[in-house]
Ligand binder design. Structure first.
Ligand code: EPS
Length: 346
Protein backbone atom coordinates (compact mmCIF):
# COMPACT_ATOMS: atom_id res chain seq x y z
CA UNK A 1 0.00 0.00 0.00
CA UNK A 2 1.37 3.43 -0.98
CA UNK A 3 0.35 6.20 1.42
CA UNK A 4 1.51 9.54 2.73
CA UNK A 5 0.85 12.13 5.39
CA UNK A 6 1.85 15.77 5.25
CA UNK A 7 2.33 18.34 8.01
CA UNK A 8 3.33 21.97 8.32
CA UNK A 9 1.89 25.48 8.55
CA UNK A 10 2.16 28.22 5.94
CA UNK A 11 4.47 30.32 8.13
CA UNK A 12 5.75 27.52 10.38
CA UNK A 13 9.18 25.90 10.20
CA UNK A 14 8.38 24.19 6.89
CA UNK A 15 6.44 21.42 5.18
CA UNK A 16 7.02 17.73 5.66
CA UNK A 17 5.69 14.55 4.08
CA UNK A 18 6.23 10.90 4.90
CA UNK A 19 5.72 8.66 1.89
CA UNK A 20 5.50 4.97 2.64
CA UNK A 21 5.15 1.93 0.41
CA UNK A 22 7.67 2.66 -2.33
CA UNK A 23 9.64 -0.38 -3.51
CA UNK A 24 13.32 -0.78 -2.67
CA UNK A 25 15.85 -0.07 -5.40
CA UNK A 26 14.44 3.11 -6.96
CA UNK A 27 17.01 5.83 -7.69
CA UNK A 28 15.73 9.17 -6.42
CA UNK A 29 17.30 12.31 -7.83
CA UNK A 30 16.39 15.22 -5.55
CA UNK A 31 17.10 17.68 -8.38
CA UNK A 32 14.03 16.27 -10.17
CA UNK A 33 11.84 16.92 -7.11
CA UNK A 34 13.27 20.44 -6.82
CA UNK A 35 12.35 21.08 -10.46
CA UNK A 36 8.73 20.22 -9.61
CA UNK A 37 8.81 22.47 -6.55
CA UNK A 38 10.11 25.30 -8.69
CA UNK A 39 7.36 24.74 -11.28
CA UNK A 40 4.77 24.95 -8.47
CA UNK A 41 6.16 28.36 -7.49
CA UNK A 42 5.98 29.70 -11.04
CA UNK A 43 3.29 31.01 -13.33
CA UNK A 44 1.99 34.43 -14.24
CA UNK A 45 -0.03 35.87 -11.33
CA UNK A 46 1.94 34.42 -8.43
CA UNK A 47 2.36 36.72 -5.43
CA UNK A 48 5.21 38.09 -3.29
CA UNK A 49 5.64 35.00 -1.10
CA UNK A 50 7.05 33.19 -4.11
CA UNK A 51 9.82 35.80 -4.30
CA UNK A 52 10.72 35.04 -0.69
CA UNK A 53 10.72 31.25 -0.87
CA UNK A 54 12.99 29.02 -2.96
CA UNK A 55 11.46 25.65 -2.10
CA UNK A 56 14.03 22.86 -2.01
CA UNK A 57 13.58 19.38 -0.63
CA UNK A 58 15.81 17.55 1.80
CA UNK A 59 15.26 13.80 2.12
CA UNK A 60 15.66 12.80 5.75
CA UNK A 61 14.95 9.06 5.59
CA UNK A 62 14.26 6.11 3.33
CA UNK A 63 17.30 6.47 1.03
CA UNK A 64 20.87 5.18 1.04
CA UNK A 65 23.22 6.35 -1.72
CA UNK A 66 20.14 7.86 -3.42
CA UNK A 67 18.33 4.49 -3.66
CA UNK A 68 15.10 3.71 -1.79
CA UNK A 69 15.27 1.15 1.01
CA UNK A 70 11.56 0.30 1.03
CA UNK A 71 11.29 2.23 4.31
CA UNK A 72 9.31 5.48 4.74
CA UNK A 73 10.73 8.41 2.78
CA UNK A 74 10.66 11.70 4.71
CA UNK A 75 10.60 14.85 2.57
CA UNK A 76 11.36 18.19 4.22
CA UNK A 77 11.03 21.70 2.74
CA UNK A 78 12.06 24.58 4.98
CA UNK A 79 10.11 27.86 4.99
CA UNK A 80 12.09 31.09 4.76
CA UNK A 81 9.11 33.00 6.10
CA UNK A 82 8.60 31.16 9.41
CA UNK A 83 6.99 34.10 11.22
CA UNK A 84 3.95 32.19 12.55
CA UNK A 85 4.42 33.25 16.19
CA UNK A 86 4.68 36.95 15.29
CA UNK A 87 1.85 37.31 12.80
CA UNK A 88 -1.15 39.52 13.57
CA UNK A 89 -4.61 38.23 14.49
CA UNK A 90 -7.22 37.80 11.76
CA UNK A 91 -10.74 38.73 12.84
CA UNK A 92 -12.86 39.01 9.67
CA UNK A 93 -13.27 35.78 7.71
CA UNK A 94 -12.60 35.79 3.96
CA UNK A 95 -15.59 34.55 1.95
CA UNK A 96 -14.47 31.53 -0.04
CA UNK A 97 -11.74 30.50 2.40
CA UNK A 98 -11.81 27.91 5.24
CA UNK A 99 -11.68 30.83 7.72
CA UNK A 100 -15.21 30.89 9.16
CA UNK A 101 -16.12 27.21 9.03
CA UNK A 102 -12.69 26.32 10.45
CA UNK A 103 -12.95 28.86 13.26
CA UNK A 104 -16.37 27.56 14.35
CA UNK A 105 -15.39 23.91 13.96
CA UNK A 106 -12.21 24.10 16.07
CA UNK A 107 -13.39 26.74 18.58
CA UNK A 108 -10.62 29.27 17.86
CA UNK A 109 -10.80 32.98 18.58
CA UNK A 110 -8.29 33.96 15.87
CA UNK A 111 -8.74 33.05 12.19
CA UNK A 112 -4.93 32.87 11.91
CA UNK A 113 -5.12 29.43 13.60
CA UNK A 114 -7.23 28.20 10.65
CA UNK A 115 -5.45 29.78 7.72
CA UNK A 116 -2.00 28.60 8.68
CA UNK A 117 -2.85 25.01 7.80
CA UNK A 118 -5.70 25.68 5.35
CA UNK A 119 -3.27 27.66 3.16
CA UNK A 120 -2.36 26.21 -0.21
CA UNK A 121 1.24 26.36 0.97
CA UNK A 122 0.55 22.77 2.10
CA UNK A 123 0.73 21.82 -1.58
CA UNK A 124 4.54 22.07 -1.32
CA UNK A 125 4.38 18.70 0.45
CA UNK A 126 1.95 17.28 -2.14
CA UNK A 127 4.35 18.25 -4.92
CA UNK A 128 7.38 16.76 -3.11
CA UNK A 129 5.48 13.45 -2.82
CA UNK A 130 4.36 13.71 -6.45
CA UNK A 131 7.95 14.36 -7.50
CA UNK A 132 9.05 11.02 -6.06
CA UNK A 133 6.05 9.23 -7.61
CA UNK A 134 6.87 10.77 -11.00
CA UNK A 135 10.40 9.35 -10.75
CA UNK A 136 8.92 5.91 -10.08
CA UNK A 137 6.41 6.17 -12.96
CA UNK A 138 9.07 7.41 -15.39
CA UNK A 139 10.89 4.08 -14.88
CA UNK A 140 7.92 2.57 -16.73
CA UNK A 141 7.67 5.34 -19.33
CA UNK A 142 4.66 7.07 -17.73
CA UNK A 143 4.76 10.84 -18.09
CA UNK A 144 2.46 13.42 -16.56
CA UNK A 145 2.07 17.03 -17.66
CA UNK A 146 -0.38 19.92 -17.36
CA UNK A 147 -1.36 23.09 -19.15
CA UNK A 148 -3.59 26.07 -18.54
CA UNK A 149 -6.68 26.07 -20.78
CA UNK A 150 -8.49 29.20 -19.65
CA UNK A 151 -8.20 32.01 -17.13
CA UNK A 152 -11.23 34.18 -16.43
CA UNK A 153 -12.84 32.70 -19.56
CA UNK A 154 -9.90 33.67 -21.82
CA UNK A 155 -7.96 31.01 -23.68
CA UNK A 156 -5.28 32.84 -25.70
CA UNK A 157 -1.98 33.63 -24.01
CA UNK A 158 -2.52 37.34 -24.56
CA UNK A 159 -6.08 37.18 -23.25
CA UNK A 160 -4.97 35.24 -20.17
CA UNK A 161 -2.19 37.71 -19.39
CA UNK A 162 -4.57 40.64 -19.87
CA UNK A 163 -7.09 39.04 -17.51
CA UNK A 164 -4.47 38.48 -14.81
CA UNK A 165 -3.12 42.01 -15.26
CA UNK A 166 -6.65 43.41 -14.95
CA UNK A 167 -7.18 41.42 -11.74
CA UNK A 168 -3.85 42.66 -10.39
CA UNK A 169 -4.70 46.28 -11.24
CA UNK A 170 -8.11 46.03 -9.59
CA UNK A 171 -6.92 44.25 -6.44
CA UNK A 172 -8.87 41.22 -7.60
CA UNK A 173 -8.17 37.55 -8.26
CA UNK A 174 -9.07 35.24 -11.12
CA UNK A 175 -9.50 31.49 -11.60
CA UNK A 176 -9.54 29.16 -14.57
CA UNK A 177 -9.32 25.67 -15.97
CA UNK A 178 -6.25 23.47 -16.35
CA UNK A 179 -5.75 20.09 -17.96
CA UNK A 180 -3.59 17.25 -16.69
CA UNK A 181 -2.62 14.33 -18.87
CA UNK A 182 -0.78 11.09 -18.25
CA UNK A 183 0.85 9.36 -21.22
CA UNK A 184 1.84 5.69 -21.62
CA UNK A 185 -0.31 4.44 -18.76
CA UNK A 186 -0.77 0.69 -19.26
CA UNK A 187 -4.23 -0.78 -19.66
CA UNK A 188 -5.59 -2.37 -16.49
CA UNK A 189 -4.90 0.02 -13.59
CA UNK A 190 -7.81 0.42 -11.16
CA UNK A 191 -10.93 -1.74 -11.17
CA UNK A 192 -14.71 -1.69 -11.55
CA UNK A 193 -15.19 -4.28 -8.78
CA UNK A 194 -15.50 -1.79 -5.92
CA UNK A 195 -16.16 1.97 -5.76
CA UNK A 196 -12.92 2.73 -3.93
CA UNK A 197 -10.86 0.80 -6.48
CA UNK A 198 -12.07 2.78 -9.50
CA UNK A 199 -9.20 4.74 -11.01
CA UNK A 200 -11.36 7.76 -11.87
CA UNK A 201 -12.85 8.00 -8.37
CA UNK A 202 -9.36 7.89 -6.86
CA UNK A 203 -7.96 10.49 -9.27
CA UNK A 204 -10.97 12.74 -8.67
CA UNK A 205 -10.54 12.46 -4.88
CA UNK A 206 -6.87 13.41 -5.21
CA UNK A 207 -7.53 16.45 -7.37
CA UNK A 208 -10.58 17.79 -5.53
CA UNK A 209 -8.47 17.72 -2.34
CA UNK A 210 -6.26 20.49 -3.75
CA UNK A 211 -7.31 23.81 -2.17
CA UNK A 212 -9.52 25.86 -4.51
CA UNK A 213 -10.59 23.11 -6.93
CA UNK A 214 -14.32 23.27 -7.62
CA UNK A 215 -14.96 20.89 -10.51
CA UNK A 216 -13.33 18.05 -12.37
CA UNK A 217 -14.00 16.13 -15.57
CA UNK A 218 -12.48 13.25 -17.50
CA UNK A 219 -12.07 13.24 -21.27
CA UNK A 220 -15.05 14.82 -22.98
CA UNK A 221 -16.49 15.48 -19.48
CA UNK A 222 -19.66 17.58 -19.50
CA UNK A 223 -19.57 17.29 -23.30
CA UNK A 224 -21.00 13.77 -22.92
CA UNK A 225 -24.26 15.30 -21.73
CA UNK A 226 -24.96 16.97 -25.10
CA UNK A 227 -24.28 14.02 -27.40
CA UNK A 228 -25.69 10.73 -28.67
CA UNK A 229 -23.83 7.59 -27.62
CA UNK A 230 -22.89 6.84 -31.22
CA UNK A 231 -21.07 10.19 -31.39
CA UNK A 232 -18.94 9.91 -28.28
CA UNK A 233 -17.84 6.37 -27.49
CA UNK A 234 -14.34 5.55 -28.67
CA UNK A 235 -14.56 2.77 -31.26
CA UNK A 236 -12.17 -0.15 -30.91
CA UNK A 237 -9.76 -1.45 -33.56
CA UNK A 238 -6.98 -4.03 -33.66
CA UNK A 239 -3.88 -4.33 -35.77
CA UNK A 240 -1.22 -7.01 -35.49
CA UNK A 241 1.92 -5.56 -33.93
CA UNK A 242 0.02 -2.47 -32.71
CA UNK A 243 -2.63 -4.29 -30.66
CA UNK A 244 -5.95 -2.69 -29.70
CA UNK A 245 -6.32 1.01 -30.41
CA UNK A 246 -8.84 3.85 -30.73
CA UNK A 247 -9.05 6.82 -33.06
CA UNK A 248 -10.68 9.04 -30.43
CA UNK A 249 -10.22 9.44 -26.69
CA UNK A 250 -13.44 10.94 -25.35
CA UNK A 251 -13.27 8.56 -22.38
CA UNK A 252 -10.08 10.32 -21.28
CA UNK A 253 -8.20 7.04 -20.93
CA UNK A 254 -10.52 5.42 -18.38
CA UNK A 255 -13.44 3.03 -18.98
CA UNK A 256 -15.29 1.26 -16.16
CA UNK A 257 -12.87 2.67 -13.60
CA UNK A 258 -9.88 1.05 -15.38
CA UNK A 259 -7.16 2.63 -17.48
CA UNK A 260 -7.75 1.58 -21.08
CA UNK A 261 -4.25 2.28 -22.42
CA UNK A 262 -5.10 5.67 -23.94
CA UNK A 263 -3.85 8.96 -22.54
CA UNK A 264 -5.54 9.92 -19.27
CA UNK A 265 -7.00 13.41 -19.66
CA UNK A 266 -8.47 15.37 -16.75
CA UNK A 267 -9.64 18.97 -16.58
CA UNK A 268 -10.33 20.87 -13.37
CA UNK A 269 -11.54 24.33 -12.41
CA UNK A 270 -9.58 26.37 -9.89
CA UNK A 271 -11.64 29.14 -8.32
CA UNK A 272 -10.26 32.68 -7.92
CA UNK A 273 -8.11 32.92 -4.75
CA UNK A 274 -10.29 33.93 -1.79
CA UNK A 275 -7.88 36.54 -0.42
CA UNK A 276 -8.92 39.79 -2.07
CA UNK A 277 -7.09 43.06 -1.58
CA UNK A 278 -10.45 44.73 -2.24
CA UNK A 279 -12.21 42.78 0.49
CA UNK A 280 -15.79 41.52 0.41
CA UNK A 281 -18.39 41.89 3.14
CA UNK A 282 -17.79 39.85 6.26
CA UNK A 283 -18.31 39.97 10.02
CA UNK A 284 -15.93 40.85 12.86
CA UNK A 285 -15.79 37.60 14.88
CA UNK A 286 -15.17 39.48 18.14
CA UNK A 287 -18.15 41.88 18.13
CA UNK A 288 -20.24 40.31 15.31
CA UNK A 289 -20.52 43.69 13.54
CA UNK A 290 -20.23 44.04 9.77
CA UNK A 291 -16.64 44.37 8.61
CA UNK A 292 -14.64 43.99 5.45
CA UNK A 293 -12.86 40.63 5.11
CA UNK A 294 -9.23 40.37 6.16
CA UNK A 295 -6.59 41.20 3.58
CA UNK A 296 -3.37 39.21 3.38
CA UNK A 297 -0.44 39.03 1.01
CA UNK A 298 -1.52 36.47 -1.59
CA UNK A 299 -1.59 35.57 -5.28
CA UNK A 300 -3.63 36.98 -8.16
CA UNK A 301 -3.90 33.77 -10.16
CA UNK A 302 -2.64 30.26 -9.41
CA UNK A 303 -4.22 28.19 -12.19
CA UNK A 304 -0.82 27.16 -13.59
CA UNK A 305 0.50 26.21 -10.13
CA UNK A 306 -2.71 24.27 -9.41
CA UNK A 307 -2.05 22.26 -12.58
CA UNK A 308 1.41 21.35 -11.28
CA UNK A 309 -0.08 20.28 -7.94
CA UNK A 310 -2.71 18.22 -9.77
CA UNK A 311 0.07 16.47 -11.72
CA UNK A 312 1.42 15.39 -8.32
CA UNK A 313 -1.95 14.12 -7.15
CA UNK A 314 -2.26 12.14 -10.39
CA UNK A 315 1.30 10.82 -10.00
CA UNK A 316 0.58 9.58 -6.50
CA UNK A 317 -2.63 7.77 -7.52
CA UNK A 318 -1.04 6.23 -10.62
CA UNK A 319 1.96 5.03 -8.57
CA UNK A 320 -0.46 3.59 -6.01
CA UNK A 321 -2.52 1.60 -8.54
CA UNK A 322 0.59 0.57 -10.46
CA UNK A 323 2.10 -0.94 -7.29
CA UNK A 324 -1.19 -2.68 -6.51
CA UNK A 325 -1.10 -4.36 -9.92
CA UNK A 326 2.59 -5.19 -10.25
CA UNK A 327 3.89 -5.66 -6.68
CA UNK A 328 5.39 -3.29 -4.19
CA UNK A 329 8.59 -4.48 -2.48
CA UNK A 330 11.42 -4.66 -4.97
CA UNK A 331 11.73 -2.57 -8.15
CA UNK A 332 13.29 -5.46 -10.10
CA UNK A 333 10.34 -7.76 -9.28
CA UNK A 334 7.92 -5.04 -10.38
CA UNK A 335 9.82 -4.60 -13.66
CA UNK A 336 9.69 -8.32 -14.34
CA UNK A 337 5.96 -8.53 -13.49
CA UNK A 338 5.33 -5.58 -15.79
CA UNK A 339 7.25 -7.25 -18.62
CA UNK A 340 5.28 -10.50 -18.30
CA UNK A 341 1.97 -8.60 -18.21
CA UNK A 342 2.93 -6.52 -21.27
CA UNK A 343 3.75 -9.71 -23.18
CA UNK A 344 0.42 -11.30 -22.22
CA UNK A 345 -1.73 -8.40 -23.36
CA UNK A 346 0.37 -7.97 -26.53
C1 EPS B 1 1.26 29.80 -0.98
C2 EPS B 1 1.78 30.59 -0.01
C3 EPS B 1 0.97 31.65 0.60
C4 EPS B 1 0.02 32.23 -0.43
C5 EPS B 1 -0.85 31.17 -1.04
C6 EPS B 1 -0.15 29.93 -1.45
O1 EPS B 1 1.90 32.60 1.05
P1 EPS B 1 1.54 33.86 1.99
O2 EPS B 1 0.18 33.60 2.58
O3 EPS B 1 2.63 33.90 3.03
O4 EPS B 1 1.62 35.05 1.09
O5 EPS B 1 0.74 32.85 -1.47
O6 EPS B 1 -1.84 30.81 -0.13
C7 EPS B 1 -3.14 30.76 -0.52
C8 EPS B 1 -3.51 30.78 -1.75
C9 EPS B 1 -4.11 30.62 0.53
O7 EPS B 1 -5.29 30.60 0.21
O8 EPS B 1 -3.72 30.57 1.68
C10 EPS B 1 2.05 28.75 -1.64
O9 EPS B 1 3.22 28.48 -1.25
O10 EPS B 1 1.53 28.15 -2.58
Amino acid sequence: MLRYLTAGESHGQGLIAILEGLPAGLKVDTAKINQELKRRQSGFGRGKRMQIEADRVEILSGLKNNFTLGSPVTLWVKNKDASIEKLHQVIAARPGHADLAGLLKYGFSDIREVLERASARSTVATVAVGGVCKIFLKTFGIEISSRVLTVGGESSLLGIKAKINAALKNNNTVGGIFEVSAKHVPVGLGSYVQADRRLDSRLAAGIIAIPGIKSIEFGLGVGFAASFGSEVHDEIYYRKGKGYFRLTNNAGGIEGGISNGEEIVIRACMKPIATLMRPLDSVNIKNKKSAKAATERSDTCVVEAAGVVAESSVAFVLAEVFLEKFGADCLKDIQSNYRIYSQRIG
